[in-house]
Design a binder for this molecule. Structure first.
Ligand code: PLP
Length: 392
C-alpha cells in the first residue's frame, strides 16, 4: 500500500506558488528578479479596515465566531450582493463566511460533487479548480476556449463537454488568467446551458471590483432560473487588497449552504474573528479607495500591454478585468510557454507564469501580473526587450 492517500495522486503543487519558491531561491543568490508571477495586490489594506480589526483584537474579540460567520458580516455581504449583484439572500441561511475564497471554492465543489461526477472547467482557467475537483474525487472536464475567439465561452463548446455525469460548471469573471469579463451573451449561454442540463454554477467573482473601460459585471446567480443552482463565491483578497487576511464567502441556496456549513464546522470551524470585523469595515466603510486602486491598475495595464505589444513576436490583448496580461508568445519562436517562462527567468530575470499552468487552452501564452509597480513593469518589459534583441 502507498504511504500517502491516493486521492492526492492527481495533485501537483500550484505552479504559481512553486515559481514563487524559485524566485525566492534566486533572490537569495543575490539575483534581482522581477516578479510578475504572483497574483497579489501590492497595496496595503486600507487603514480603516486594519484599525477595525486592531480594535477587535484589543477588545478581546479573539474567540470562535459562529461557523457561518458573524451575523453582522453576513448582513453586510447580503446588502452588498443585493446592491452590486442583484442577488437576494437571507443572511441567516444563504451565506457562509469562509477563511478565503480558495476555501470557499473548495468546500463548494466538495458539497456538490460526488466521486465520479464531472465538473466542466473552462480553460485556460485558474489553477486550483481542477485540483479541488480531484480532491472531491470528481473529474474536471476542460472546456478549451479558443484564443482566436478571444477566449469566449459559447453554448456550443459547453454542449460538446456535457455528459450524464456532469454536475456543475465553474465560471470565473473577471477571469484569471485571460482578463476576460463575461459578457451578457456569454453569461446567458452559461445560464441556459446549466438550466438545460440541471447543473450547478460555481461562480468565482473574486476579481469583481477590478474592471476597466466601464465593463459591466454580471453575476450568473442573478440571471433567470439561476438563483437555486448558483454558488456565488467572492472575497476580500483582490478588491480590498486583503490577501493575507484570508477572508471569503459563498452565497447560494440555503440547503447547499447548510452542507457547506457542515464541512466548515468539521474542518476549520470559522474564519478569524477579528479578521471578520475587518471584513465588516471593508464592506460598510468608504469605497472610493477601491476605485483608486483600480485606476492605478488601469494605468499599469496601459503600460504593460503597450510594452508587450512592442516586443517582436508578442501579441497581447488588453484585459477587460483582473490584473493580468495574457500575452501570446507563439511568434517569438522561443518554444512552449514553459520554455518561454524558463527563458525569461534565466535571460531577463523576469518571473512570469507559463500559460500551460492554466490548462490546455493556455499553451502559447504567458501571464504577467501587473499588481506590481509601474517601475517594475517598465523594467521587466525593458529586460524582455533586450533579451529578445540578443537572440535575434
Ligand atoms: N479565484 C481566483 C480566480 C484567484 O485568482 C484567486 C487568488 O489567486 C482566488 C480565487 C483565491 O482568493 P483568496 O485569496 O480569497 O483565497
Amino acid at each position: 500500500k502507498s504511504r500517502t492517500a491516493s486521492r492526492f495522486s492527481h495533485l501537483e503543487r500550484s505552479a504559481t506558488i512553486a515559481l514563487l519558491d524559485e524566485v525566492q531561491r534566486l533572490r537569495a543568490q543575490g539575483l534581482k528578479v522581477l516578479d510578475l508571477n504572483g497574483g497579489e495586490p501590492d497595496f496595503a489594506t486600507a487603514e480603516h479596515i486594519a484599525a477595525e480589526a486592531g480594535t477587535a483584537l484589543h477588545e478581546g474579540f479573539t474567540h470562535y465566531t459562529p461557523s457561518r460567520g458573524l451575523l453582522s458580516l453576513r448582513e453586510a455581504i447580503s446588502e452588498k450582493l443585493r446592491q452590486d449583484n442583484g442577488l437576494h439572500t437571507h443572511p441567516a441561511t444563504d451565506i457562509i463566511v469562509t477563511p478565503s475564497a480558495k476555501h470557499a471554492l473548495y468546500i463548494s465543489l466538495l458539497a456538490v460533487l460526488d466521486p465520479g461526477d464531472e465538473v466542466i472547467v473552462p480553460t485556460p482557467g485558474w489553477v486550483s479548480y481542477t485540483s479541488m475537483a480531484h480532491l472531491a474525487g470528481a473529474r474536471p472536464v476542460p472546456a478549451v476556449l479558443s484564443a482566436a475567439n478571444g477566449f469566449r465561452i459559447t453554448r456550443e463548446l459547453l454542449e460538446s463537454r456535457v455528459s450524464e455525469r456532469s454536475k456543475a460548471i465553474v465560471v470565473n469573471t473577471p477571469n484569471n488568467p485571460t482578463g476576460r469579463v463575461l459578457s451578457r451573451e456569454e453569461a446567458t449561454a452559461v445560464a441556459e446551458f446549466a438550466i438545460a442540463h440541471d447543473l450547478f454554477i460555481i461562480a468565482d467573482e473574486i476579481y469583481e471590483k477590478i474592471r476597466y473601460d466601464g465593463r459591466e459585471h454580471i453575476s450568473p446567480g442573478a440571471l433567470p432560473g439561476c438563483a437555486e443552482r448558483t454558488l456565488t463565491v467572492n472575497g476580500f483578497s483582490k478588491g480590498y487588497a486583503m490577501t493575507g487576511w484570508r477572508l471569503g464567502y459563498v452565497a447560494g441556496p440555503a440547503e447547499v449552504i447548510g452542507q457547506l456549513l457542515k464541512v466548515q464546522e468539521h474542518t476549520v470551524g470559522c474564519a478569524g474573528s477579528f479578521v471578520q470585523r475587518g471584513g465588516v469595515a471593508a464592506l460598510t466603510g468608504p469605497q472610493d479607495f477601491v476605485q483608486d486602486m483600480v485606476d492605478e491598475y488601469a494605468a499599469r495595464r496601459e503600460l504593460i500591454v503597450g510594452g508587450l505589444n512592442s516586443l517582436p513576436g508578442v501579441v497581447c490583448a488588453a484585459p477587460e478585468g483582473a490584473f493580468y496580461a495574457f500575452a501570446d508568445i507563439r511568434g517569438t519562436g522561443i518554444g512552449s510557454s514553459a520554455e518561454f517562462a524558463a527563458w525569461a527567468l534565466r535571460e531577463a530575470g523576469v518571473a512570469l507564469t507559463p500559460g500551460s499552468a492554466f490548462g490546455r487552452g493556455g499553451e502559447g501564452h504567458v501571464r504577467l501580473s501587473f499588481a506590481t509597480s509601474r517601475t517594475v513593469i517598465d523594467e521587466a518589459v525593458g529586460r524582455l526587450s533586450s533579451a529578445l534583441a540578443v537572440r535575434e
